[in-house]
Design a protein around this ligand. Structure first.
Ligand SMILES: NC(=O)c1ccc[n+]([C@@H]2O[C@H](COP(=O)([O-])OP(=O)(O)OC[C@H]3O[C@@H](n4cnc5c(N)ncnc54)[C@H](OP(=O)(O)O)[C@@H]3O)[C@@H](O)[C@H]2O)c1
Length: 163
């Protein structure tokens, strides 16, 4: 089972819109938990199955440009890790996918993007990671370099970055 649904609305610099934020939470986190729990029940009873959650590199840090989107992806990472730890005891695998930029409606109009890949290529890499029983996988893999760098940027520097 692959959980891929998410929304990432544009957020203005000075915008704090709770209704919009809670909708993101409902789709990106609530949806993942609802489908994840349903898959977990089935996979646990049959003692096999693979659950893939499409998270994002965005979950690695809280960025100014997308506070709630980043939050939802961080929450997803933690939920999926917990499911993986629970279900590993009965032969079920949970794989967290962290894509960089993929050419879909979500990235339309964003201009030139680093290491942009097609949706087909992303799907191929995601299935490859799931079949290899990866716990977590950046897609494409080189995004781990960016993740490692951004995770280690001190807060006093990260505050000044307009990302
Ligand atoms: N594109 C990127 O660069 C990128 C990077 C990192 C992570 N991701 C993640 O990859 C996943 C797929 O995103 P995408 O790039 O394919 O974006 P997308 O083209 O905007 O597709 C979003 C998907 O979410 C579904 N969805 C949205 N709201 C929903 C709702 N309320 N109920 C059910 N389904 C809903 C949409 O279904 P409908 O088509 O039926 O509306 C669509 O299939 C997401 O989790 C996204 O966060 C994308």
């Amino acid at each position: 089972m692959v959980y891929a649904a998410a929304v990432m609305p544009k957020v203005a610099k000075d915008e704090y819109d709770t209704e919009k934020d809670l909708e993101q939470l409902a789709v990106n986190v609530g949806g993942c938990i609802a489908w994840g729990n349903a898959a977990a029940r089935l996979f646990q009873s049959q003692r096999f199955g693979t659950l893939v959650g499409i998270s994002s590199i965005a979950g690695e840090r809280g960025r100014k440009g997308a506070p709630v989107y980043c939050t939802t992806k961080a929450a997803m990472n933690t939920y999926l890790e917990a499911l993986r730890n629970r279900l590993s005891e009965c032969g079920v695998h949970v794989c967290t996918i962290k894509p960089g930029f993929v050419d879909t409606d979500m990235t339309k109009g964003m201009g030139k993007l680093l290491w942009l890949i097609s949706a087909d290529e992303a799907a191929r890499l995601i299935l490859k990671a799931a079949r290899a029983k990866a716990n977590e996988r950046f897609v494409p893999r080189q995004w781990w370099i960016v993740a490692t760098i951004i995770k280690n940027i001190p807060s006093f520097v990260f505050k000044k970055l307009n990302v």
